[in-house]
Design a protein around this ligand. Structure first.
Ligand SMILES: C[S@@+](CC[C@H](N)C(=O)[O-])C[C@H]1O[C@@H](n2cnc3c(N)ncnc32)[C@H](O)[C@@H]1O
Length: 155
């Protein structure tokens, strides 16, 4: 399985880099994980930033039309770990399964972006900073593989 995380900016704190690398390394036992970091526009008005960054995402996603796109969005339906696992599990047996998770820009997604027919997933009604969220997403992907493979992991 090929998994991509498409996100904005770089991890710039050692504790985030170390934590993410730890989970990425664990995930590598089950899947190819690739992180695609986009350059975020943040110096204009919020609404302009939102539109520019969302359009950049849409442009980038044209190269991933063969992927299941999962948009991580605070305001969407809450997914439990088991429900999240089922998204990955549904792809598991597909030949050349490809999933791309999107971590959005700081000013949110544009209406045009949200109108796309992507699955939208929230990990709960709290807004997490994007660097921390990248670590949490990697941990949940790793947890999903442990669950799918009936392997022991911390409860
Ligand atoms: C700092 S947040 C952006 C928040 C932005 N103001 C908004 O309303 O979308 C950056 C990204 O982290 C992800 N994120 C943060 N908390 C999340 C949560 N509880 N569930 C799902 N995604 C989350 C989303 O992809 C979000 O676009």
């Amino acid at each position: 399985m090929n998994i991509k995380i498409i996100c904005f900016g770089k991890l710039d704190k050692k504790f985030f880099i170390d934590s993410f690398n730890e989970y990425a390394n664990r995930i590598s036992k089950y899947a190819n994980l690739q992180v695609i970091e986009l350059k975020e526009e943040y110096q204009k008005e919020d609404i302009v930033n939102k539109n520019i960054n969302s359009d950049l995402l849409l442009e980038k996603l044209k190269a991933f039309s063969d992927h299941e796109i999962i948009c991580m969005d605070v305001s969407s339906k809450n997914y439990s770990t088991e429900e999240f696992t089922s998204i990955i599990e549904n792809n598991k047996n597909l030949k050349q399964a490809k999933i791309a998770f999107i971590i959005g820009p700081s000013d949110g997604y544009s209406d045009k972006f949200l109108a796309q027919n992507f699955k939208k997933v929230s990990f709960g009604n709290i807004t997490l900073p994007h660097q921390l969220f990248r670590v949490i997403l990697a941990e949940q992907i790793y947890r999903a593989f442990k669950i799918m493979n009936n392997e022991k992991y911390h409860k």
